[in-house]
Design a protein around this ligand. Structure first.
Ligand SMILES: [Fe+2]
Ligand SMILES: [Fe+2]
Length: 207
């Protein structure tokens, strides 16, 4: 596993946040919260014993998903454009890329203030210590993000809510396939999340 510097990861994340997300209502409040002591986004793990189960794993995973999503967008660029034509909805690539950044960077925001560290001798482990028992994974990320970002777009919310795809149906009462048919963005973010978990060496491969 590659070693990394948590401060460097935080700076990488904030650089993407600052440069890939335009003027959005609540963007500054969201940034202030992310870097505040009330939020452990940059130090939290991404899981207790699976991928990113180390300090800073959540931030690293979120960047990984963003970068995978950018690669997928490049690969499927023309198909995405055609799919919006089929869907009879306007397609603006710049806006799509901004939404891709929002959804990828914050798809696992539900994991903020979610884990606690246990230290036993030289061993560090993590346990779930839920501060906000919302009752859903993607849905909680949407909820937390929408407390700051007041103009969250429908497709951003769908992409975050459905990012677990077929592996967990609890976040959706309709078919996940219906969400992916409606939103190419949601499908890209889901596949990017899977790719970040299973194609990169970030601890045990599990979501
Ligand atoms: Fe997730
Ligand atoms: Fe994830």
């Amino acid at each position: 596993m590659e070693q990394f510097d948590m401060e460097m990861q935080r700076d990488r994340f904030l650089h993407i946040f600052d440069t890939r997300i335009g003027e959005r209502e609540g963007k500054e409040a969201l940034r202030d919260w992310l870097i505040s002591d009330e939020c452990d986004f940059f130090t939290a793990p991404a899981s207790t014993k699976y991928h990113g189960n180390y300090d800073g794993g959540l931030c690293e995973h979120s960047i990984d998903v963003y970068e995978m999503a950018v690669r997928l967008e490049e690969l499927y660029r023309e198909d995405i454009r055609k799919q919006y034509l089929v869907l009879n909805r306007p397609y603006d690539r710049e806006q799509f890329l901004e939404s891709l950044a929002v959804a990828a960077l914050f798809h696992d925001l539900c994991k903020v203030n979610f884990y606690k560290t246990r230290i036993s001798g030289r061993n560090i482990s993590y346990a779930v210590d839920e501060q906000l028992p919302f009752g859903a994974h993607g849905g909680k990320s949407v909820y937390v993000l929408s407390k700051f970002l007041k103009d969250l777009r429908d497709e951003e919310a769908i992409a975050i809510n459905c990012h677990m795809g077929f592996s967990r149906g609890v976040d959706s009462t309709i078919s996940i396939g219906e969400s992916f048919r409606y939103s190419p963005l949601a499908w890209i973010v889901h596949v990017a999340d899977e790719a970040a978990v299973f194609m990169l060496d970030r601890g045990t491969s599990d979501v």
